[in-house]
Design a protein around this ligand. Structure first.
Ligand code: PEP
Length: 252
């Protein structure tokens, strides 16, 4: 069944004690107010995965990493493997975030390998796609996202794809305060589902969770989540305050 998910991407924020305060704060807020059918995922910096996953297990939420190596193991200084992420208790991993694409040159060919590695070790990849402003202004956004999906995901089997979550994150909306309108989000999510249907079949596409990300906050989440093809959100800035993040979760 298609899952509703709200995932928080903390990016490179918080010291250890601040991260503990935030994760316990989220757990406390969730204890008093929470929709039953929404899966909550926290993606802290990798150093805090074990601490976060311990709190997550006790409080019925999940934990994910923000990045993953495309390699299995070995001489890759500074990298973190899928097996390591899984052994720290995480069950999700973000793959292909636009910051990884733009600052670290990640291509869809590389991201495809990361997605495969995640799946091999039982992690659920949250595959991020989305156009930059110039591409939207030139009306290329469907083409760009379609190509990203094809390049990164079409090498998967239908069974592998059934364990992938997609996040549509228009790059012009990330961290800018300029959210996609509910209509812009819905039309792209419907297009992504159609694309997935062409590759993996309609049934598989209907079951796929597609998240929206990009300046989603406690004030606009309800309108975005009300769309039939928007199954939740990948939240950056607004996931750094427990109260705001839990308000977003309760926007369903
Ligand atoms: C993100 O980085 O995935 C994101 C959606 O960030 P923000 O919510 O801050 O726009």
């Amino acid at each position: 069944m298609r899952k509703k998910i709200v995932a928080g991407n903390w990016k490179m924020n918080k010291t250890f004690s601040e991260a503990e305060d935030l994760v316990f704060g989220i757990a406390d807020e969730l204890a008093s107010d929470r929709p039953e059918d929404v899966e909550v995922v926290i993606c802290p910096p990798a150093l805090y995965l074990e601490m976060t996953s311990d709190v997550a297990t006790e409080n019925n939420f999940s934990c994910g990493a923000q990045n993953i190596s495309e390699h299995e193991a070995g001489a890759y200084t500074g990298e973190i493997s899928a097996a390591m992420i899984a052994s720290a208790g995480a069950s999700y991993v973000i793959a292909g975030h636009s910051e990884r694409r733009s600052f670290y040159g990640e291509t869809d060919a590389l991201i495809a390998r990361k997605v495969k590695q995640a799946l091999k070790h039982g992690l659920i990849p949250i595959y991020c796609c989305g156009e930059v402003l110039e591409q939207r202004e030139r009306n290329l956004h469907f083409e760009v996202v379609g190509q990203q999906i094809t390049e990164a995901l079409s090498g998967l089997t239908a069974e592998e794809f059934s364990n992938v979550v997609i996040a549509y994150e228009p790059v012009w909306a990330i961290g800018t305060g300029q959210t996609a309108s509910p209509q812009q989000a819905q039309e792209m999510h419907a297009y992504i589902r159609e694309m997935a249907g062409k590759i993996f079949g309609k049934e598989a596409a209907a079951e796929t969770t597609i998240l929206y990300g990009g300046s989603c906050n406690a004030s606009n989440a309800r309108e975005l989540f009300a769309n039939p093809d928007v199954d939740g959100g990948l939240i950056g800035g607004a996931s750094l305050k427990a109260g705001d993040f839990v308000k977003i979760i309760n926007s369903f």
